[in-house]
Design a binder for this molecule. Structure first.
Ligand SMILES: [Zn+2]
Ligand SMILES: [Zn+2]
Length: 195
């Protein structure tokens, strides 16, 4: 391979652009390694991606086709590349085909990998969201309960709450005393038992 100077710097190189045939170094290659920085720049390789247009069935149900990708090559690269490919020798064409088959395979594997990781992140995110909703709905004390708990912190208030409970339960004085004595008996019994 003859070494020549890069079109843009003093570096010696044996790489020639597949489109314009100008030599380029490792610093001055384009978006794709087989092309120079001018033929394959971000601007010339611009590709617009649109999702498929929504369709309406007989019953009037509209289906969005976000998974269908419509590619619209807008950059000049897509106009100049077919001509460059047409001028390749059979050997060059085969080399190019094998190289791009490998690039596509590598990118597909990376795409699958990224999608798997993204869905893992998405699952974790949904799980956290579900947990957050559950905590908000069932586990956080309501304002009323918090207010009651604060009130109950004073002894007087505890008595007040107990009194309200007795009133609501409709227990008679006799029945209440009977319950208290029973409870005392249990407690004393326990104390004696433990002693
Ligand atoms: Zn260069
Ligand atoms: Zn070029």
């Amino acid at each position: 391979m003859p070494m020549v100077k890069c079109t843009w710097c003093e570096t010696e190189t044996a790489s020639f652009c597949a489109i314009c045939a100008r030599p380029f170094c490792r610093e001055h290659h384009g978006t794709d390694d087989d092309f120079c920085q001018e033929c394959s720049s971000e601007e010339t390789t611009k590709l617009e991606v649109q999702s498929g247009s929504p369709t309406t069935d007989e019953e009037g149900i509209v289906t969005e086709h976000e998974d269908v990708r419509v590619l619209r090559p807008v950059g000049e690269f897509f106009v100049t590349t077919p001509g460059a490919i047409a001028n390749m020798s059979d050997a060059e064409l085969e080399r190019f085909y094998n190289r791009y088959t490998m690039l596509v395979k590598d990118c597909e594997q990376a795409l699958d990998r990224h999608r798997i990781v993204r869905s893992m992140i998405s699952m974790e995110s949904e799980e956290r969201q579900r947990h957050k909703i559950h905590v908000d709905k069932y586990c956080q004390p309501s304002t009323k309960r918090v207010a009651k708990a604060v009130a109950a912190s004073s002894e007087d208030k505890k008595v007040e709450i107990l009194a309200a409970f007795i009133k609501r339960s409709g227990l008679t004085k006799e029945k209440l005393l009977e319950l208290i004595n029973k409870k005392r008996g249990q407690t004393n019994g326990k104390t004696t038992g433990n002693a």
